[in-house]
Each structure stands twice: as structure tokens, then as C-alpha cells.
Write a protein that binds this ligand. Structure first.
Ligand SMILES: Nc1ncnc2[nH]cnc12
Ligand SMILES: [Zn+2]
Length: 355
């Protein structure tokens, strides 16, 4: 297919995004403007991480040496979020961009422990993000899911505290928060540090996902599965364990792959080394996602285009990826049917266009 047609096809292909951190949508422009509005003092150019200007920050983002090097900037950037409206505006900015990129359904992560640690109340964070989600549903027709992420660099006690607060407020039963994940630094803290919390959540039928197999070896993935995760965020190192790979393919567990993130965080040297072709050949289901688009040089469509550049997938293969993304979403059957139909129509139109 001609390149320009392929761009139009991928832009219009109905997408689901399952792996995007709302705090990872905080662009350098927004960091500097919110710092000014909220009177937050950013670290000086001599500090690490350093904040001098939008341009120097953007430049620095091109040279992350690892996940932890990135996380220092990611957690620092969040300091500028103070008010409910800051959280709502951040989510809304993401949803507008996602909608323009052809996203119909978005499942978004947030890291409440990190905000609570700097004195922001749980209610401020959740009310702001929920408002952004509701606005996207109302004004853009997107369906949304909000996933609370435990972070691996803070004590389990702080995760327990936020989990208990969400439970006490009935946020899981009222579809305010639709599931739990874990993220942040991978190698170092105990692999199963959230065992007790995930056991409890599992007994309450709360949906579970987990970041695993990004920098960490495949045993991080098997631990996440053992603790009850039904999706794996990243999971690219699955390719190093053929037995686990076969098990995941057989179970139909979906990986939420983030190609541009993997390159920026040096998990792979280039997009063509993300195991897209291997996953397709092995029947491993995956979606393609942006992770932290403000930090990694692209939103979801940029990730789709980068994968296409690297792998030259056929229209039918893109149709399969889009449909697997729908099937791996935490939505009801009717919404799944609706999105699957839209994908079929879109694929048919482009096949016909080029026949
Ligand atoms: N890529 C990533 N890996 C782990 N934790 C994260 N938090 C935000 N982005 C992340
Ligand atoms: Zn992530």
C-alpha cells in the first residue's frame, strides 16, 4: 500500500490504548506553564534532573540512559500538579490527542502514591482525573477506564494506604477506578512486593495488570501472572522464555507493548528490535501504546507508524492487532462488538480502495 494511504489507514483504524500514564502526558510546555501558575519552584539547571527551558528538557528526554533515569524526570515533573483542575486538564489534553489519533477506547494509569507523598489529597487527584475521563466520554465519545498504579519505588505500606482509601470510598464497586496496576522501577525491589494487595484485590474481583518484562527478565512476567495479573504491561522480554511465551499465547493474555518507549529507555536499540513479528508469528496478543507520550517523542499513532515503518505489516495484520486490542480491553461485550464492527468496516474500506 502506498505510504500516504497507509498513514490514512492507520490514523483512521479504530484503536484502543491500554498503556498510557496520565502523568506521562505532562509535556515540557505544560510543566513550565503549570510551575508558573502554581508557584512551584523547579530544580535549577545545575540540579539533576535539571530544568532550564522547554527546549533543553526536550533535548534531555532524547538521552535517557535507563528506566530509572527517565523516572527521575517523570516524578519530578509531577510536582507542578496541585489542583483538581490541573489533573482534569492534563487528562483532557491527553484524550483530545488520543481522539485525533483514532483512539475509541482508552485505559489510563495514574500514580496516586507519588502525589500523596507530596501532600496532594487522594480526592483531588481522583476527582480531577475522573472529570477528564467523563469529559472525554461526553464530548468525544471515547470510552475510558481509570487504572490505579502502585509504584515499586515506595514502601508497600503507602500502596496499602491508597488501596484501603479506594476501597473505603467504594471506588472499585462504583466504576470510579476500574482496576489496579503496578509500575515504576522494575529491577531491584522484590518481584512479588504487592502479593498481599493483589491477593486481596483478586478476592474482590478487581481487575489486575502489571508492568513486567520491560527491563526485568521473564521471571518478572511469571511473578505478575502468579499474583493474578490478567494483562502484562510491556512484556517484551517474554521472547527470552519460549515456554512462558507459549503459555501466554495459549491463555490469550494480552501484552501492552510500547515501542517508542522501549527505544527511548534503551530496552531495544530500535523499533525493528521490538518483537512484533515474533509475537504475531507465535500468536501472542498485544496492543500498541504510547506509555509516556510527552517524554518519548510520540503518541499512539506515532507508535503505530513506527511499527509499520519497521515491519511493513499487511492491512489484515493491522486489523488483527486492532481487534486483539478490543478483545483485551476491560469493556462489556456490546462495546466490544461495536468496536469490532468499526474495525471491520475500516479494513474493508481500505482493502476495497486498493483492490
Ligand atoms: N515505562 C514505564 N515503566 C515503569 N513505570 C513507569 N511509569 C511510567 N512509565 C513507566
Ligand atoms: Zn508504563
Amino acid at each position: 500500500m502506498a505510504q500516504s494511504h497507509m498513514h490514512d489507514f492507520l490514523k483512521g483504524l479504530p484503536k484502543c490504548e491500554h498503556h498510557v500514564h496520565l502523568e506521562g502526558c505532562l509535556t515540557p510546555e505544560l510543566i513550565f506553564s503549570l510551575a508558573k501558575k502554581n508557584n512551584v519552584k523547579l530544580p535549577s539547571p545545575q540540579d539533576n534532573p535539571a530544568y532550564e527551558s522547554v527546549q533543553t528538557l526536550e533535548e534531555r528526554y532524547k538521552h535517557f540512559s535507563s528506566l530509572d533515569d527517565f523516572l527521575a524526570f517523570y516524578f519530578q515533573g509531577m510536582d507542578v500538579l496541585l489542583n483538581e483542575s490541573d489533573f482534569a486538564d492534563l487528562a483532557w489534553a491527553y484524550f483530545q490527542k488520543a481522539h485525533a489519533d483514532g483512539v475509541h477506547h482508552a485505559e489510563v494509569f495514574f500514580d496516586p502514591q507519588v502525589h500523596q507523598n507530596r501532600g496532594i489529597p487522594y480526592d483531588t487527584i481522583v476527582a480531577g482525573f475522573v472529570a477528564g475521563c467523563k469529559r472525554a466520554e461526553r464530548e468525544l465519545g471515547l470510552s475510558t477506564r481509570l487504572i490505579l498504579c502502585f509504584v515499586r519505588h515506595l514502601p508497600v505500606d503507602s500502596a496499602r494506604k491508597v488501596y484501603e482509601e479506594a476501597l473505603a470510598k467504594n471506588h472499585f464497586e462504583t466504576d470510579t477506578i476500574h482496576g489496579l496496576g503496578w509500575s515504576s522501577t522494575e529491577v531491584g525491589p522484590p518481584k512479588d512486593m504487592f502479593r498481599e494487595l493483589y491477593d486481596s484485590a483478586r478476592s474482590k474481583q478487581i481487575r489486575l495488570t502489571a508492568h513486567a518484562g520491560e527491563e526485568g527478565d521473564p521471571s518478572y512476567i511469571s511473578t505478575a501472572l502468579e499474583l493474578g495479573a490478567t494483562r502484562i504491561d510491556h512484556g517484551i522480554r517474554l521472547i527470552e522464555d519460549p515456554v512462558l511465551l507459549e503459555q501466554i499465547a495459549k491463555q490469550g493474555t494480552m501484552l501492552t507493548v510500547c515501542p517508542l518507549s522501549n527505544v527511548r529507555l534503551r530496552c531495544v536499540p530500535s523499533v525493528d528490535k521490538v518483537p512484533i513479528r515474533k509475537f504475531l508469528d507465535a500468536g501472542v496478543k498485544f496492543s500498541i501504546n504510547s506509555d509516556d507520550p510527552a517524554y518519548f517523542g510520540g503518541y499512539i499513532l506515532d507508535n503505530y507508524l513506527a511499527v509499520h515503518d519497521a515491519f511493513q505489516l499487511a492491512v489484515a495484520e493491522w486489523g488483527l492487532i486492532a481487534k486483539n486490542s478490543v478483545m483485551g480491553s476491560w469493556i462489556d461485550e456490546a462495546r466490544k462488538e461495536e468496536l469490532l464492527r468499526k474495525i471491520d468496516e475500516h479494513v474493508l474500506k481500505y482493502e476495497a480502495l486498493l483492490a
